[in-house]
Design a protein around this ligand. Sequence first.
Ligand SMILES: Nc1ncnc2c1ncn2[C@@H]1O[C@H](COP(=O)(O)OP(=O)(O)OP(=O)(O)O)[C@@H](O)[C@H]1O
Ligand SMILES: [Mg+2]
Length: 552
Amino acid sequence: MSAQGGQPVLILKEGTERSTGRDARGNNIMAARIVSEAVKTSLGPKGMDKMLVDSFGDVTITNDGATMLKEMDVQHPAAKMMVEVSKTQDDEVGDGTTSVVIITGELLGKAAELMEKKVHPIVIIDGYKQAMDEALKMLDEIAEKVDPKDKKILKKVSKTTMASKLISGHSDHLSDVAVDAVLQIAEESNGGYKVDLDMIKVEKKPGASMTDTRLVNGLIIDKEVVHDGMPKMMKEARIGLLNAAMEIEKTEFDSKIAIETPDQMQAYLDQEEQMLRDMAKKVKEANINVLFCQKGIDDMVQHFLSREGILAARRLKKSDMEALAKATGAKVVNAVEQLSAEDAGYAALVEERKVSEDKMIFVEGCRNPKAVSILIRGGTERIVDEADRSLHDALCVVKDVVEKPMIVAGGGASEIEVARLLRDYAEKLVGRERLAVVAFADALEVIPITLAENSGMDPIDAISEMQSAHAKGNKWTGVNGIENKVDDMAKLNVYEPMVVKAQAIKSATEAATMLLKIDDMIAVSKMRAPAGPPGGMGGMPGGMPGGMPPMM
Ligand SMILES: Nc1ncnc2c1ncn2[C@@H]1O[C@H](COP(=O)(O)OP(=O)(O)OP(=O)(O)O)[C@@H](O)[C@H]1O
Ligand SMILES: [Mg+2]
């Protein structure tokens, strides 16, 4: 790769941007920290909410870290990584998506300070990884083991999660709903429990009050009974699921029918009517009294079905059809002729009910008792949407504890305790890695510090008060974010799943060390870039030597 005759060798495309070594690292750290600073103010019960406006002008008001970052649409690759970290946290445990971003930012900040003191990034990376392993063990040790079916404990955890949300005023009621829902679908496995949250169907309908949000033992379908003459309620429902139109299909090609006499016309119409009549008859013959159709149902067929006393709904979502199949034990068939008694499902009651201005169909007492739904109510659409996101977090943390029944106190208590233990551990280390382990401990304390800051307390006073309480053995002392003082969080019932904390430490360490390892950023110019991965890093090998000739 040497230049011949003083001519620079072209390696990268024209317009490619490249930064190396300290510059690359510095830029990445800066971008990641900007993202982290942006979400900091929204942490905890006194955290602020964000109003986000997307390119279509749609407004989202939220406090949820993962949602905020998703909507922010950041561009810098390192900033994008922060978005991914919070998404991983959301996928794995469902809560702590703001915390994980803040911790990542702080780990990078502390690393930058160490690098200023000429500690090599590799030493920092090794120290961080060692500290992470220890921190995870420590979390395991300080966590309290609980009974996974203890409703009181599960409710405490759910309420803590909702404390920091817009809808926190209703956390008591919503937590009851979340705990009941999760316990109902929890299945025993290998001496513990497994929870598949997909079994809980969440429907939302603005109107009424949030206290009207409730758990339904079955499914809610956001459709109406298709014909006025049909029954609006069916007990002992034998349910057919059809993925085909109950209409006369139009031919794909233009075709002509030559009709010469009025009799022929009548015969043609009669035949058409007979076909439609036969469709309704097929349903009746299959001994089905409730029909859910994924496609349309012709007016005439509706009329014949209603005459047979069959309750029907049309144009259901595919996901609703799948949920109905799972819940009622029915099989979705692809043609009217295939409807049969054997493939029909069962529910004790199918009923159309009025919910505010709309009508919805409730399918209750399903063959599978584990099918449950939550109907979220609330003043406006935005409130209902945020309630949905908060309920998602609540369902996730309850699931976390049911599956792994270990909890720690919130309000930053567990972070201070782990930081204290890590500093003790660092005492025994020699060399520069020790500095990295101490930096890691300091970084964890960003959570209590931020909580204190957000509730208007003096963070330095608060942290030293908490540290001294911990040194005296009060491991659950943290920030009482409601009354703005240092307090025993266990007494306040502020508990969180241990796995949320563990996952945050794991993901934050991974992301921070990954960013610290990058010493070369090559970004192909956006305009001229060939199709490559987003972020514009496509096509170039990673480890280019540092001293290349200038790019042209
Ligand atoms: N009453 C309380 N007093 C003090 N801190 C609290 C209280 N309730 C909850 N917290 C703390 O608030 C923090 C959680 O805040 P928040 O829910 O805003 O962020 P997150 O869980 O990291 O992210 P997200 O919920 O957006 O996924 C946790 O550290 C938790 O311990
Ligand atoms: Mg939270």
